[in-house]
Design a protein around this ligand. Structure first.
Ligand SMILES: Cc1cc2nc3c(=O)[nH]c(=O)nc-3n(C[C@H](O)[C@H](O)[C@H](O)COP(=O)(O)O)c2cc1C
Length: 267
């Protein structure tokens, strides 16, 4: 019996990964998630930091069909007619830090977040964006958020591809430690060295990482490599789109014994 209890406690510890911080600022996690991916990150952040958490609910929900969502989302962004939200039950005024989570739509935060950002109570708060995406968008969406929330402090954010949702436990630990939201020191990460022309072997790593992702049809040109904080190699490629010649930056991770995966694209 004791052994079972011990194993259960060890499993719980392994799942929660990093201890909550005793003197952490009072934090709230607000998130919008259409298909449940961002919700996983939101709940993990709340669990790890001890923050309160609330989902943003759209009065007239997106109906779940991908094409209909694309059409409606595009129209909302083009016309500026952003969706109405159900009132929040949380009182933002009670919090120091607000984590704001969303799926990336059309390169930035999804339209319900535009409505949320109009909430006056966010003024003066520390805001931590986080997102899930198909290929990337934490940089562009964070910048858009900072431009919109000129009277708040928009801090570095966390983004993860939906295809890598299983990586969030370790990555969130690193991110939350680095931001001082949980106890412990983040693993020191070396800077990327200067980029150099890719070798054939590195070009093959790039090709393997983006294979099967139709939105990236590109040829790697330069690369910088460093050790990833979990071990393995992390690469920052610049690549040229074979269709329109545009340059993109692609981060690729190669963990020991695993196939290369791209972690984000920045266009
Ligand atoms: C309307 C729409 C637009 C999207 N646009 C992008 C995009 O520009 N870039 C990207 O990387 N992913 C894009 N995606 C993919 C979503 O960001 C991704 O599937 C996300 O993890 C969904 O999160 P959710 O399950 O919390 O709704 C888009 C998805 C939809 C439905």
């Amino acid at each position: 019996m004791k052994r079972i209890l011990f194993l259960a406690a060890a499993m719980l510890l392994a799942l929660s990964c990093a201890p909550k911080k005793a003197d952490a600022p009072k934090a709230l996690v607000l998130y919008y998630s259409q298909t449940g991916t961002t919700e996983k990150v939101a709940l993990a952040i709340a669990e790890k930091t001890g923050a309160d958490v609330e989902a943003i609910v759209v009065v007239n929900p997106y109906d779940g069909d991908y094409n209909a969502t694309i059409q409606r989302g595009l129209q909302e962004m083009q016309t500026g007619a952003y969706p109405e939200l159900q009132p929040l039950t949380s009182n933002i005024a009670e919090y120091d830090v607000v984590f704001i989570g969303y799926p990336v739509w059309f390169g930035t935060y999804a339209p319900p977040i535009e409505t949320l950002l109009g909430n006056e109570a966010l003024k003066g708060k520390k805001i931590v964006p986080f997102c899930t995406c198909g290929s990337g968008g934490i940089d562009t969406s964070s910048k858009a958020m900072a431009a919109k929330l000129t009277e708040s402090e928009v801090l570095p954010g966390y983004g993860v591809r939906a295809a890598r949702i299983d990586a969030i436990c370790a990555e969130l630990d690193q991110f939350l430690k680095a931001g001082g939201y949980v106890e412990g020191e983040a693993v020191a990460v070396e800077e990327y060295p200067e980029a150099v022309a890719v070798t054939e072997e590195q070009a093959a790593i790039f090709d393997a990482a983006v294979a099967g992702y139709a939105m990236i049809q590109a040829k790697a040109e330069t690369v910088a490599a460093r050790t990833h904080f979990l071990g393995g190699q992390e690469y920052l490629f610049t690549a040229k789109d074979v269709n329109n010649g545009a340059t993109m930056q692609v981060n690729v991770l190669v963990e020991e014994g695993k196939e290369p995966v791209f972690t984000q694209v920045y266009r």
